[in-house]
Design a protein around this ligand. Structure first.
Ligand code: FE2
Length: 357
């Protein structure tokens, strides 16, 4: 009986301790919750398909300057969009950042973005590089240019994208595949400027002049020139800049053997695309997301993009890099970038019809 009493006493004591412990745990929990909800307003969740070191450096600077922590989730753009859709209202995503306007357009069409109202953004980003409803803003510009073998091609022989369909370029043109969104946006720009028929003639004519079936990325087209597979390639300027400044001596050698040509200067202008971002509809940190966008489009960050990643600033107040300046000023296509999204599906169809793989 004594034993039973002792046991009961011990059990009661244990329970008491356990209860008081759990109540202090509860208190701790609720304290932590309070802190984390404060922290929530001091963070921004970024879903990005960009893969450049310069971005991470800029986010760190932003954190230092504002105390807002940038949580980064990287992935392929379509995967990120699918993820945001799948996660629905419970998604943590505040900001979607990607390297092509067609995907920003898709995010908007799919109802994933919300209107941003920021005078700072409207001042820093020209209208042409914004969504018509202010659901996304451009961060950097990239020109899709012609690079050529300096030994086999004289710049005087080059003029327009269209001229690359002429007989003299048979078996000499390199460009990546039709599944690539940069090419889809390029063709979409021709649909906007010259109509569907002309755009289709161009795509079909270029296929006729392909040096090989498309393979690899933009850099691989440049390398194929040096390998003697073709003489001209269509590629984005920043890849060329990255190759020139690469730590891989082979890439430097390739880039140094090439010239850069900005096509359509006398006509419709060189094709430009943007990297850009939009705020997710269900964002819980909208102010922080907008603040990050404002930071990235301010002159200081814009100059960093130009100097370390060789992308053109969208903000006209920002200074460009020496390398970009050395390529000279150029005339851009004069179309709102949102039209590239409008014509994306049509562009994909044309590629399919003309057998651009
Ligand atoms: Fe790229």
């Amino acid at each position: 009986m004594k034993k039973l009493f002792a046991f009961l006493l011990l059990s009661a004591l244990f329970l008491l301790v356990a209860c008081s412990d759990s109540s202090s745990n509860n208190q701790k929990d609720s304290k932590e919750k309070a802190v984390s909800s404060q922290e929530e307003s001091k963070e921004v969740n970024l879903y990005t398909s960009r893969h450049y070191d310069v971005d991470d450096k800029l986010y760190k600077e932003f954190e230092k300057e504002t105390g807002i922590k940038v949580n980064i989730i990287k992935g392929e753009p379509d995967e990120l969009l699918e993820r945001i859709k799948r996660e629905g209202k419970s998604t943590k995503a505040d900001l979607f950042l990607t390297a092509d306007v067609a995907r920003l357009y898709r995010a908007k069409e799919d109802g994933l973005l919300q209107v941003i109202s920021s005078n700072t953004l409207n001042k820093q980003v020209p209208k042409k590089f914004q969504d018509t409803d202010q659901m996304w803003y451009g961060l950097t510009k990239r020109a899709r240019v012609i690079v050529y073998n300096k030994e086999t091609v004289k710049p005087e022989e080059l003029s327009t994208y269209e001229a690359l369909t002429e007989a003299q370029w048979k078996n000499r043109v390199l460009i990546r595949g039709a599944e690539n969104v940069y090419n889809q946006s390029l063709l979409a720009s021709f649909i906007e400027i010259s109509g569907e028929q002309k755009a289709k003639e161009w795509a079909s004519g270029l296929v006729t002049n392909f040096a090989r079936n498309p393979e690899g990325g933009d850099r691989d087209q440049a390398k194929a020139i040096t390998a003697g597979i073709g003489d001209v390639a269509i590629m984005n300027t920043y890849y060329y800049g990255q190759m020139l400044n690469s730590t891989d001596p082979e890439e430097v050698k390739v880039a140094e053997s090439l010239g850069v040509f900005f096509p359509n200067q006398e006509t419709t202008g060189t094709h430009v695309n943007i990297s850009g971002a939009g705020v997710i509809k269900t964002s819980k940190n909208k102010d922080n997301a907008v603040r990050l966008l404002e930071y990235l489009t301010a002159p200081a960050a814009q100059t960093v993009f130009a100097e370390t990643n060789y992308e053109y600033p969208v903000n006209p107040e920002a200074t460009s890099s020496e390398l970009l300046k050395s390529w000279g000023e150029f005339k851009e296509q004069d179309i709102p970038l949102s039209t590239l999204g409008d014509h994306n599906a049509k562009a994909v169809m044309i590629f399919n019809e003309v057998g651009w793989k």
